[in-house]
Design a protein around this ligand. Sequence first.
Ligand SMILES: NC(=O)c1ccc[n+]([C@@H]2O[C@H](COP(=O)([O-])OP(=O)(O)OC[C@H]3O[C@@H](n4cnc5c(N)ncnc54)[C@H](OP(=O)(O)O)[C@@H]3O)[C@@H](O)[C@H]2O)c1
Length: 282
Amino acid sequence: MSLHRAALGSSFSTAFVTGASSGLGRAFCAMLLEEGVTVWGTARDPARLTGPWAGPGTFLPVRLDLRDSPGSEAAFAVAAEAAGGSFDLVIHNAGYGVFGAFETVPATTWIEQLETMLLTTLRLNHAALARFRRRDPARGTLVNVSSLAVEFPLPFMSGYNVAKSGLSALSESLIFETRGSGVTVIDFRPGDYRTSFNQAMSVHASPADPALQPYWRALETNLEASPGPELAARDLRRALARGRSGTVRSGGFFQSRLAPWLAGLAPQSWRRAAQTRYFGGR
Ligand SMILES: NC(=O)c1ccc[n+]([C@@H]2O[C@H](COP(=O)([O-])OP(=O)(O)OC[C@H]3O[C@@H](n4cnc5c(N)ncnc54)[C@H](OP(=O)(O)O)[C@@H]3O)[C@@H](O)[C@H]2O)c1
């Protein structure tokens, strides 16, 4: 533990984490607080951010709703000013799922998901990077929490798959643009983690619908059987300690290591067939 603390402590004294009230975001905050970092953590309702938060770092709650773009940018700016003009580390983690057949879910629901998870997050990336660049010398670390859904799209979650693919494309663009600048960009792609993600999911399907039921069951079973979010925090801590831009896959061995490796060898049609079976379809 002291090794990790020595590795992170000198590089990060302040951090901003969206979606700190639950799951991965809460575990990231706990890990950073353990490292002595001052963390501004967000939720739509700050009442969900009450502790206990263990030190030696300090936790500062921020109200932020990604559905409100100007409000999110304003909340970020206020916190960044309080942190001295810029954070050392910004983690864009907040997100949610929508489950349902593409054509039966209202188009406005998909659009709202993209505006929330992709466009507002893009604006917050913009604000964070501009502040990193203004430092002399430029420095800071940006983490976008994407998903292995970029490589293995989740069934009947089209808006989510698009949002995460867009976010990873943004990270890849920024990795290129920030080479040699003192800014680090991490495209963090978790596999399944046991969080409140499925409970928070907006479900637009009847549980009895035979076309969707096996897929929903598979999503539930996979999440229940998955590791706790502390593993994701451990993987992120390792990536932060390395201090290099890049893609980080995190999760159980099969999802985060074996499946991407095998998928790289197989033709697309095999990948699709294997994935359909994995999710209980035919
Ligand atoms: N769990 C997994 O298996 C998994 C796998 C791959 C990727 N991910 C990604 O990891 C991230 C965290 O998910 P999780 O699994 O930890 O789920 P979670 O336990 O449901 O946490 C989601 C977090 O996002 C926040 N949030 C949701 N909608 C928001 C909005 N409109 N504005 C601001 N904050 C909002 C929630 O805060 P409030 O509701 O309190 O506002 C909460 O803190 C997400 O981006 C998710 O897509 C998760």
